[in-house]
Design a protein around this ligand. Structure first.
Ligand code: PGA
Ligand code: ZN
Length: 436
C-alpha cells in the first residue's frame, strides 16, 4: 500500500490587495504538496501604540503612503525561507519561527500584517492536512473538544470614526440572544436592520440610510439615546421585543481630550464644547443601562483611563469590553484582570499577530471568567477566518458589522455554513453568550 506523504509548506507567495475601504493590505497564498491556502490581513481605524505594528511603505507617492509592498517582500523572502518544509499542522512552531525571526516585542520588523496573513494561511493548510473543518482544527489547537456558534453582535447604527454623521459613539449593535440557533439570530438581525432602514428613511429621509464602514446606518442623530430609540422601535416592529439585547461600542479613545470626553467632536457647528468628565460618562452609561436593554458597552473610556473603566465595571450594570484598553495585548489583559478593570476581551487578531497568540489571549480571558468577543476590523477582506476562530474557541460572541456588505457577510455566512455542517451537534451560545 502506498504511504500517504505528509504535507509540508512548499511555497509562500504574497501580494498586495485592497481592503473594504480601498486601502492596501496583504494577501498570502501558502502552498503545500496538497494544495494552496489563501488568507489576508484586516486593518482598523483605531490603531495604537500597544498593538502589534502594521508594516506600511510610507511612500506618499503611492496609495498615500499606505502601500504594503515591504510586507509582501518580507513574506516572499524571509518568512518563506524560514517556513519552507514545515508541517502546516504545527501552528505554534510556525508562529514561533516567525516570532523568532522578527525579534521585536511589537512585530515591527516583519509586520503584524505579514505575520498574521501567513499564520492564518498555515492554519487553513493544517486543517486541510488533517482533513478537519477549520473550526475543529482551531478547537484542537486550543486543547478544547467542544465548539459553540457565537451570538452575532450586529452593527445597525454607525458613528465615530466609521461614519460621516455627527454621532460620537462608534456603533450600536444588536445581540439576538433569544434566538434558538445562529440561523434564526441572523434572520432576527436582518429583519430588524431592514425595519430600522424604513424607520430612518421615514424620519430623516433616504440619505439617513447611507452606511458607515461596517455597514451600519449613519443618520445625522445628535446623541446615543436618539439612536437607541430608533433601534428599539425597529426591534418592536420586527416583533423581537425581549429577544434582542443592545450593545454599544463607544470607542471613547477617539474623543478623549486630556482627561475629558468631547461628545461633539465631529459636529461642524459646535456652540461651546460639550466636554464630559469620566464621572459624567459613568452617569450617562448607568442611565442607558437602566433605560434600555443595553447588556454590553465596549471601550467606554480612553485607552489609558483605567480608573473610570474600573469604577464603571464595578457597578456591575453590563459587560464592559476592553478594546483599545487591552489592544489584545497579554500584558494589558493581565493588568486588567488583576485590577478588575473590565470583564471582557475584544479580540482583534491583527493586534496580536499570530493564531497561536490569539488562542493564548482568549484562554487568558476565559480563565478569568471574562466574556470574549471576536472582532472584525473596519478595513476587512472577504477572508472568513474569524468565523471559524469564534466557533473553535467557543468565544460566545462575534462582531462582524451589519448584515450588509460582502466583507461583513463573509463571516456571518460562514457561521451559517458551519451551523449547517454541525447539524444536531451545533450549539448556539444564546443566553450564555458571556460564558458559553
Ligand atoms: P476598528 O474598529 O477596526 O476601526 O478598530 C473596530 C472596533 O473598534 O471594534
Ligand atoms: Zn471597538
Amino acid at each position: 500500500m502506498k504511504k500517504a506523504v505528509p504535507a509540508v509548506i512548499t511555497k509562500i507567495r504574497a501580494r498586495q490587495i485592497l481592503d473594504s475601504r480601498g486601502i492596501p493590505t496583504v494577501e498570502v497564498d501558502l502552498h503545500t504538496n496538497k494544495g494552496m491556502y489563501r488568507a489576508s490581513a484586516p486593518s482598523g481605524a483605531s490603531t495604537g501604540m500597544y498593538e502589534a505594528v502594521e508594516l506600511r511603505d510610507g511612500d506618499k507617492g503611492k496609495y498615500l503612503g499606505k502601500g504594503v509592498s515591504k510586507a509582501v517582500n518580507i513574506i516572499n523572502d524571509k518568512i518563506s525561507e524560514a517556513l519552507m518544509g514545515m508541517d502546516p499542522q504545527l501552528q505554534s512552531q510556525i508562529d514561533q519561527a516567525m516570532i523568532d525571526l522578527d525579534k521585536t516585542d511589537n512585530k515591527a520588523e516583519l509586520g503584524a500584517n505579514a505575520m498574521l496573513a501567513v499564520s492564518i494561511a498555515a492554519c487553513k493548510a493544517g486543517a486541510a492536512e488533517k482533513e478537519a473543518p477549520l473550526y475543529k482544527h482551531i478547537s484542537d489547537l486550543s486543547g478544547k473538544s467542544s465548539t459553540t456558534l457565537p451570538v452575532p453582535a450586529i452593527t445597525v447604527i454607525s458613528g465615530g470614526k466609521h461614519a460621516g454623521n455627527n454621532l460620537a459613539v462608534q456603533e450600536i449593535m444588536i445581540l439576538p440572544v433569544g434566538a434558538s440557533n445562529f440561523e434564526e439570530a441572523m434572520q432576527m438581525g436582518s429583519e430588524t436592520y431592514h425595519h430600522l432602514k424604513a424607520i430612518i428613511s421615514e424620519k430623516y429621509g433616504p440619505s439617513g440610510c447611507n452606511v458607515g464602514d461596517d455597514g451600519g446606518f449613519a443618520p445625522n442623530i445628535s446623541g446615543i439615546s436618539e439612536g437607541l430609540d430608533l433601534v428599539i422601535e425597529a426591534i418592536d416592529r420586527a416583533g423581537y421585543n425581549g429577544r434582542i439585547k443592545l450593545a454599544i461600542d463607544v470607542a471613547a479613545t477617539d474623543f478623549c481630550i486630556g482627561k475629558k470626553y468631547d461628545l461633539d467632536f465631529k459636529s461642524p457647528n459646535k456652540v461651546g464644547q460639550n466636554f464630559k468628565t469620566g464621572e459624567d460618562m459613568i452617569e450617562m452609561y448607568s442611565q442607558l443601562c437602566t433605560e434600555y436593554p443595553v447588556v454590553s458597552i465596549e471601550q467606554p473610556f480612553d485607552k489609558d483611563d483605567w480608573e473610570h473603566t474600573k469604577l464603571f465595571t464595578a457597578l456591575g450594570l453590563c459587560q464592559v469590553v476592553g478594546d483599545d484598553l487591552l489592544m489584545s495585548n497579554p500584558k494589558r489583559i493581565e493588568r486588567a484582570i488583576n485590577e478588575y478593570t473590565c470583564n471582557a476581551l475584544l479580540l482583534k487578531v491583527n493586534q496580536v499577530g499570530t493564531v497561536t497568540e490569539a488562542i493564548e489571549v482568549v484562554k487568558q480571558a476565559k480563565d478569568a471568567n471574562w466574556g470574549v468577543m471576536v472582532s472584525h476590523r473596519c478595513g476587512e477582506t472577504d477572508d472568513s477566518f474569524i468565523a471559524d476562530l469564534a466557533v473553535g474557541l467557543g468565544a460566545g460572541q462575534m462582531k462582524s458589522g451589519a448584515p450588509c456588505r460582502g466583507e461583513r457577510l463573509a463571516k456571518y455566512n460562514q457561521l451559517l455554513r458551519i451551523e449547517e455542517e454541525l447539524g444536531s451537534e451545533a450549539v448556539y451560545a444564546g443566553e450564555n453568550w458571556r460564558s458559553p
